[in-house]
Design a protein around this ligand. Structure first.
Ligand code: ADP
Ligand code: MG
Ligand code: MG
Length: 251
C-alpha cells in the first residue's frame, strides 16, 4: 500500500535535516503506529506525505500502490486514495461543512471514474455517518471547523475520512487535546473504517490511543529515523518506561 524508502527531508529554507532515512512499509489491512518523542519528525513525515509546502525531499522515495506520490500535487494524492487527519485541522471560513464534504466526495469519485452521488444519497450517507460520530446537524451547516472545539474538529476529520473512503489513512496526533470520551469516539470511527483493502498510519505521542485502536505494528521514530519496530507490546514498553530506555539501547 505505502512504501517509504530511505526518506530524507529538510526544511526548504534552512539546512536543518529533519528526516534522515525513514524506511516504512504499510500493508493493506494493517494498522501501523508511529510513536516518538516530541520533535522527532512525526508531523514532518505526515506533512511530506500530504505534499505540504516548505519541505524538501533530498533523498529517498514514497510510493502508494507502486505510484511515486512525492511528485503529485496534494489534490492528486487525495484522488489517489490518501487521506490525512492533521494534528491541527484547518478552519475554512465561508465554506459550509456539508458543501465542503460533498465537493470533496464528488471530486474523489470523479477521479476514480465513478458517478457523482445524488444530493439525496449524499445527505443520507453524511447524516448516518455524522450520527455515529455524534456530530449534530447544526455542525454540518457551519463553516468547516470554524469555532469547533478541539474534539469537534477531530471528529469532523474522521467524518471526512469516512465519507472519502481512502485507501491509506494517516492520522497525526488525532488524540492530542481530546478527553477520554472524544478519543473513544474518534477511535470507534477509525475502527469502523478498518478493512482488508485499507492501510492506516497512526501517529501518536502517547500510548493511550492505541488502547482503542489496536495496531498491528509499532514503530519508534527518534531523531528523524525509525529506531525500533515491534508489535503492540512496544507501545506498552513506551507507556511504562518512556523513550529513554529504547533510545539508550539504540545508541
Ligand atoms: P514531532 O511531530 O515528532 O513532534 P515535527 O515533525 O513537528 O516533530 O518536528 C521535527 C523537528 O523539525 C523539530 O525540531 C521542529 O522544531 C522542526 N521543524 C519542523 N517544521 C519546522 C518549520 N516549519 N520550521 C522550523 N522548524 C521546524
Ligand atoms: Mg510535536
Ligand atoms: Mg507532531
Amino acid at each position: 500500500m505505502l512504501e517509504i524508502k530511505n526518506l530524507h527531508v529538510k526544511l526548504e529554507d534552512e539546512e536543518k535535516q529533519i528526516l534522515k532515512g525513514v524506511d516504512l512499509k504499510v500493508e493493506a489491512g494493517k494498522v501501523h503506529a508511529i510513536m516518538g518523542p516530541n520533535g522527532s519528525g512525526k508531523s514532518t513525515l505526515s506533512y511530506v506525505l500530504s505534499g505540504r509546502d516548505g519541505y524538501e525531499v533530498t533523498e529517498g522515495s514514497a510510493e502508494l500502490e507502486g505510484e511515486d506520490i512525492l511528485e503529485l500535487e496534494p489534490e492528486e494524492r487525495a484522488a489517489a486514495g490518501m487521506f490525512l487527519a492533521f494534528q491541527y485541522p484547518v478552519e475554512i471560513p465561508g465554506v459550509g461543512n456539508m458543501t465542503f464534504l460533498r465537493t470533496a466526495v464528488n471530486a474523489q469519485r470523479k477521479a476514480r471514474g465513478e458517478e457523482e452521488l445524488s444530493a439525496s444519497d449524499f445527505l443520507k450517507e453524511v447524516r448516518a455517518k455524522a450520527k455515529t460520530l455524534k456530530i449534530d446537524a447544526e455542525m454540518l451547516k457551519r463553516p468547516v471547523n470554524v469555532g469547533f472545539s478541539g474534539g469537534e474538529k477531530k471528529r469532523n476529520e474522521i467524518l471526512q475520512m469516512a465519507m472519502l473512503e481512502p485507501k491509506l489513512c494517516i492520522l497525526d496526533e488525532t488524540d492530542s487535546g481530546l478527553d477520554v470520551d472524544a478519543m473513544k469516539l474518534v477511535a470507534d470511527g477509525v475502527n469502523a473504517l478498518r478493512d482488508e483493502g485499507r492501510g492506516f498510519l497512526v501517529i501518536t505521542h502517547y500510548q493511550r490511543l492505541l488502547d482503542h485502536i489496536k495496531p498491528d505494528v509499532v514503530h519508534i521514530l527518534a531523531n528523524g529515523r525509525i529506531v525500533k519496530t515491534g508489535g503492540p507490546e512496544l507501545a506498552l514498553e513506551v507507556e511504562n518506561n518512556g523513550y529513554a530506555g529504547i533510545l539508550a539501547e539504540e545508541a
